[in-house]
Ligand binder design. Structure first.
Ligand code: MLT
Length: 207
């Protein structure tokens, strides 16, 4: 998969794995990653699917209607790529925190729904429920941050609440941060994600 890898200056920090939203690229979330975990190594992926020229991480049939077969295929593709990238760059495959926005948050959600221990933690900005009607793997103690908008027309409050319930039901430790806006990732939501990260994985202070 097309990607950027940036080595970190803090070997004890988890490697952040970044997933952009529809129409984005592997460059989009680098600034956010620097804010969430200064000094952490970063692996930023570009989705392999194109929708009218816009990169995505899996196909959809319509707005909010996912192509499940492709979603499952792409989820495995990312999972396998993480193994390959860990071998190539020498980061710890078992010490990854995923950060994604919108479509990127949805592929992370799908990884959590299909694989136990895909990540050590996850920051999901404006996610939906990736699949319904399946049993989730054990996610005991997995810290998950969800950033959501009360007026988000794409990732509705109901989707957020359903996702929270499903992940919590699998044992995850889910924190939901609500904004009163729509689908955008606001500075205050990014700040909340940074605080959550510092609380669960340590701060960016390299002293
Ligand atoms: C998706 O297709 O993953 C969601 O609708 C969010 C988006 O617009 O990318």
């Amino acid at each position: 998969m097309k990607h950027i890898y940036q080595q970190g200056s803090r070997p004890e920090a988890p490697t952040l794995v970044l997933f952009h939203g529809t129409g984005g690229t592997e460059h989009d979330l680098l600034g956010l990653a620097g804010r969430i975990a200064p000094g952490a190594a970063v692996l930023s992926l570009r989705g392999n699917v194109l929708e009218n020229g816009m990169p995505r991480f899996f196909r959809r049939l319509a707005e909010g209607v996912f192509d499940e077969e492709d979603l499952i295929f792409r989820t495995k593709e990312v999972y396998d790529f993480l193994d390959e990238a860990a071998a190539k760059y020498g980061f710890d495959r078992n010490h990854l925190v995923a950060v994604g926005y919108s479509n990127g948050a949805n592929i992370i959600g799908s990884l959590l729904f299909h694989y136990a221990r895909a990540f050590r933690g996850a920051i999901l900005h404006h996610p939906m429920v990736p699949r319904r009607g399946i049993e989730l793997p054990d996610a005991s103690g997995l810290p998950v941050f969800i950033g959501a908008g009360k007026n988000d027309p794409i990732c509705t409050p109901q989707e957020t609440e359903d996702l929270q319930a499903l992940l919590s039901g699998a044992g995850a430790d889910v924190t939901v941060h609500w904004e009163s806006y729509g689908h955008q990732l606001t500075p205050s939501e990014a700040a909340a994600a940074s605080s959550w990260f510092a609380e669960h994985f340590g701060g960016g202070d390299s002293r």
